[in-house]
Design a protein around this ligand. Structure first.
Ligand SMILES: [Fe+2]
Length: 203
């Protein structure tokens, strides 16, 4: 299993996931400019099966159409956020749903808070792609349309239940490093240390 973190635009991250044996691949959040990801797909001879959006915001989804028309990939999003996309969604996913790329499993978590239909993705047993839900040392904004502080707090409690060894791969490069273990984030990130919604809302 390979997961490539690709910096795109000003500070967005896309993630290209593939199974080395079957070359089946998925691209999470193509962003405004998918040229680097498309280059890797071509160079590595990958079969892009899915474009997956963690949420509907344009800085994560603007080049969906270009990637889909070049590769024939299916678009995967939540029902709630997919309704805000200009591209038509082929596969709706939410909590408990899963897809696979050869031997690589993609398990979806419903993660409302930044948007109503935000998603996080557990890749194999190694990575947690968090979109704009969890950043390194911070979390996504809750004050945009569809956002909710209460939902974000509940989502963060759910992420705290996950395995410490998972590598957190966020949707933006906002922290002191581009990724971290979930265990370390549980120890140092204020948004994960907040004990209740009052403490969380004061951050
Ligand atoms: Fe966003």
């Amino acid at each position: 299993m390979v997961v490539r973190q690709i910096r795109t635009g000003r500070d967005n991250f896309s993630y290209l996931i593939f199974d080395e044996k079957t070359r089946m691949a998925a691209l999470v959040d193509p962003g405004f400019d998918a040229s680097e990801a498309l280059g890797i797909i071509k160079d590595e001879g990958l079969d892009l099966r899915y474009v997956i959006n963690t949420h509907h915001h344009g800085d994560h989804t603007a080049s969906n159409g270009e990637v889909i028309s070049e590769t024939g990939a299916k678009l995967v999003a939540s029902r709630e956020d997919g309704a805000n996309l200009k591209d038509s969604v082929d596969i709706h996913v939410w909590e408990g749903d899963a897809l696979s790329l050869g031997c690589v499993s993609l398990k979806f978590l419903g993660a409302p808070g930044h948007t109503k239909g935000g998603l996080c993705i557990i890749v194999g047993d190694g990575y947690l792609i968090t979109g704009d839900t969890l950043f390194i040392n911070d979390c996504g904004r809750c004050d945009l349309p569809g956002g909710s502080l209460k939902d974000m707090f509940a989502t963060l409690q759910k992420l705290k239940e996950l395995d410490d060894q998972l590598i957190v791969f966020p949707g933006h490069d906002y922290g002191p490093m581009p990724s971290d273990t979930l265990g370390n984030q549980k120890r140092i990130s204020g948004v994960l240390l907040a004990r209740d919604i009052d403490e969380f809302s004061r951050l």
